[in-house]
Ligand binder design. Structure first.
Ligand code: ZN
Length: 414
């Protein structure tokens, strides 16, 4: 096993750890370990809300979540010799869920995760106008497979991946993030929730930063919710085991951090709390390309997906266009994808699922999203592909319904 450079006690909050991680981005958060290019290393990760969600049947914990504590990240880790302008090359060698040694009701050694629908008060998800209430599904892990007592008839292999990782921003890049996000918030300052989350000192966790620096740094440090130039909360489901990530370096030592491990996720992570969220561990191989950012013209990270994803070959595909409630939205791919999701939910409801179950399933299962037509004015077309193998029943319209099948039946009986 590779050396664990960020061990955690998973029974304790990130705030209580001997060496705590952080939940904001700032270049001055001190690195807590060093790794050499060419080496492998391991890190433990807390689940992104730091254990606020319990293995229970009600969703009060999702509804009442304190969002100022999220996301708790592991790191920063310094990479020897990394300088601004280099590319940090990270291979995701392996990862897995935390398996509790003691747990109630015979759950010891059994991993679990959850998918939540955020209530409107919490900022909601992709379909909040249709699903304003908090909701939750618990998933049980059976090796690579997940099942849920809250969504019967479904079992699938997870494409595990870290939802959130990246190098620390420079002071200049941090200032740019704050400038443009403040400008965005100012466009509709009364909006609840705001259009972007500004720095928030409440519950800021800044690793081993000296307390004398806390107020200043917490007042500048960016929240972890969006993806940004460095990567961040990218939620790319295909960055699974074997993937290679090329990350821009902005500060001396790179200061790499990771968190928000997902057992599985559908493209779009639509319910916001929406992958199968879990605590766990991850192993990386590390290297550098000196001066790589200029050499390869990188503005954002570059990725090579891994070779061991589950192979789903058969799908049922839903189409959505940029027309909603009688309004034609001009070439709006977000509206088109939302319609594809709603079409899928309405269809799955015909098989006995509640709309909430179907929404949670689309968010957590390995569904594929694609931009289909992006040029045919005035309607963008997005598509959503659900692997049919995840269901233990035939989810396609029945062949027995075909008119010609019916005619054939008549012919044979007259
Ligand atoms: Zn997540």
């Amino acid at each position: 096993m590779a050396e664990n450079v960020f061990p955690l006690d998973q029974s304790e909050s990130m705030f209580e750890q001997e060496v705590p991680g952080h939940n904001r981005w700032h270049p001055e958060i001190p690195s807590v370990a060093n790794v050499r290019p060419g080496s492998d290393f391991r890190m433990d990760c807390r689940e992104w809300t730091d254990g606020q969600v319990k293995n229970t049947d009600d969703a009060n914990d999702i509804r009442d979540m304190d969002l100022s504590r999220n996301h708790v990240l592991s790191g920063p880790i310094a990479i020897d010799g990394a300088e601004p302008g280099d590319i940090l090359v990270l291979d995701i060698l392996d990862m897995g869920p935390h398996l509790p040694e003691s747990a109630p009701e015979g759950l010891a050694g059994m991993g679990w995760g959850y998918t939540g629908i955020f209530a409107r008060e919490n900022g909601g998800g992709f379909l909040t106008n249709y699903f304003p209430e908090a909701q939750k599904a618990i998933w049980d892990f059976h090796g690579i497979y997940a099942t849920s007592r809250h969504i019967p008839g479904v079992r699938f292999a997870g494409i595990g991946h870290p939802g959130l990782f990246g190098c620390a921003p420079s002071h200049e890049l941090l200032a740019e993030w704050n400038r443009r996000e403040r400008e965005l918030i100012s466009r509709d300052p009364a909006r609840v929730p705001p259009l972007a989350l500004p720095p928030n000192q409440e519950n800021a966790l800044l690793g081993t930063l000296p307390s004398s620096e806390f107020d200043r740094v917490a007042g500048e440090a960016c929240r972890t919710v969006p993806p940004r130039e460095h990567g961040g909360n990218v939620d790319i489901k295909n960055l699974s085991r074997g993937a290679r990530c090329y990350l821009p370096v902005y500060v001396e030592g790179a200061k790499f951090s990771v968190g928000d491990l997902h057992f599985s996720q559908g493209d779009g992570e639509i319910s916001f709390c929406g992958a199968i969220e879990m605590g766990g561990w991850i192993e990386f191989g590390v290297d550098l390309i000196k001066g790589g950012v200029a050499k390869y013209g990188l503005t954002n990270p570059l990725f090579r997906p891994g070779p061991v994803e589950p192979r789903y070959s058969e799908f049922i595909c839903f189409e959505g266009i940029s027309v909603e409630d009688g309004t034609n939205y001009y070439m709006d791919a977000t509206v088109a994808y939302r319609r594809a999701c709603m079409n899928a939910i309405e269809y799955l409801a015909k098989f006995g699922y509640t709309s909430e179950q179907a929404y949670l399933l689309l968010s957590a299962a390995p569904i594929e999203a694609r931009f289909s037509g992006m040029v045919d004015i005035p309607n963008a077309c997005a598509t959503l592909y659900i692997p049919t193998d995840i269901f233990d029943f035939d989810v396609l319209p029945s062949d027995a319904e075909l008119v010609t099948r019916d005619l054939g039946h008549q012919a044979s009986t007259t």
